[in-house]
Design a protein around this ligand. Structure first.
Ligand SMILES: C[S@@+](CC[C@H](N)C(=O)[O-])C[C@H]1O[C@@H](n2cnc3c(N)ncnc32)[C@H](O)[C@@H]1O
Length: 345
């Protein structure tokens, strides 16, 4: 069996940030009305699996089709058990990439532990090159952390890594309709900081989200975004970016709210998604999750990666293409390119 699939593993639900656009929703809304629909996430989740179950599953990744595990959340690095899970995933022979808000990297020893564990990539989220704007878009719950800490975390990791190859360090930016210029501004900041890769992603909100009108791209925004993406790829320098075809998917996804059509989808073939409660999906697309038949619902609880991800019938006729899918593209297809060693900077 080829080992060529990526697992996006949302390990833990809690997060010290309260980004109002987050896929996990907001604590305020969930205190009043906890989500009940299948597949919906919450930072307040009471169903996160305990470390014993997560670790038992991690051990089964050896000999499975999973080549790479992207550990996200919630915030994975605020939870000590994450380091134990990472250790087991590495022992199982998988690459590990961590998606983090960056603040935990400022704590003593976190960067050193990630390096010692052989983590392959650390993707840090930052949504604006301007401190005030970023902290408005990505406020911390306590108000005590923000842009300066995130940059401090990135610098701490780069310093601790020194001239070593790994982990590669990257920035992920959610691009919102009011700020197309962030696409290149963040590229310049990433370059100045000396990070290795950069991925701008389109915001993805459902039409009933309170911020949908304000933040979601409309047809009239497309040309400004396309121009910014062209400039980013023209000026790229040594910063690794997703394959240039990604820019086309980005533009095509924000051009419509309708579901598009994909003839050869990686979801369920080269990409899988595991939620903090252990649910396994072909990919995190809300449209795809909603379309999953009840008899196809699976869990990692007492599950074995060698069987869970063994049969992988590629979906050759998906009519659910959306902005969500664009956000998965670099995870499913571009990680080798983003993690590749360029000249040490
Ligand atoms: C949910 S976070 C979890 C990992 C970690 N706590 C972090 O801040 O990166 C994973 C990524 O999803 C992005 N994200 C969250 N909500 C989004 C949305 N509605 N549309 C697009 N990206 C989103 C975040 O900005 C972040 O880059």
């Amino acid at each position: 069996m080829p080992r060529d699939a990526t697992l996006l593993w949302a390990l833990r639900s809690p997060c010290a940030f309260a980004c109002p656009h987050c896929y996990f929703g907001t604590i305020e809304e969930h205190k009043q009305a906890p989500p009940t629909e299948i597949g919906l996430l919450s930072h307040l989740s009471r169903n996160d699996l305990p470390p014993r179950v997560l670790k038992a599953f991690a051990r089964t990744l050896a000999g499975s089709t999973i080549e790479r595990v992207v550990i996200a959340g919630g915030e994975p690095l605020d939870w000590p058990a994450t380091l134990e899970v990472i250790e087991l995933v590495k022992e199982a022979g998988c690459e590990v990439v961590i998606a983090t808000n960056g603040v935990p990297l400022t704590r003593p020893q976190v960067a050193e532990r990630l390096i010692a564990l052989g983590v392959d990539g650390v993707s840090v989220s930052l949504d604006s090159a301007d401190a005030q704007t970023n902290d408005r878009l990505r406020p911390s719950r306590s108000g005590r952390f923000g842009y300066g800490d995130v940059l401090g975390g990135i610098r701490a990791l780069l310093d601790a890594r020194g001239t070593r190859h790994a982990p590669r360090v990257g920035i992920y930016t959610v691009v919102m309709r009011e700020r197309p210029q962030e696409i290149t501004n963040m590229g310049h900041l990433a370059d100045q900081l000396g990070v290795d890769y950069y991925v701008p992603q389109p915001i993805s909100l459902t039409p009933d989200h309170p911020l949908f009108e304000e933040l979601t791209h409309r047809r009239e925004d497309v040309s400004a975004v396309a121009e910014q993406l062209d400039r980013l790829y023209d000026e790229q320098g040594r910063l690794a970016l997703p394959d240039p075809s990604y820019a086309r998917h980005f533009v095509s996804a924000i051009s419509t709210q309708e579901s598009g059509h994909v003839t050869d989808c990686f979801g369920g073939a080269r990409l899988f998604f595991v939620q903090p409660d252990g649910s396994v999906w072909d990919c995190p697309s809300d449209r795809r999750i909603a379309a999953t038949a009840p008899e196809r619902r699976r869990t990692i609880r007492d599950g074995d990666a060698r069987t869970l991800f063994a049969t992988r019938p590629a979906c050759t006729d998906c009519s659910l293409f959306s902005r969500d899918c664009v956000n998965m593209w670099p995870l499913a297809l571009d990680m080798p390119r983003l993690l590749k060693e360029e000249t040490v900077r």
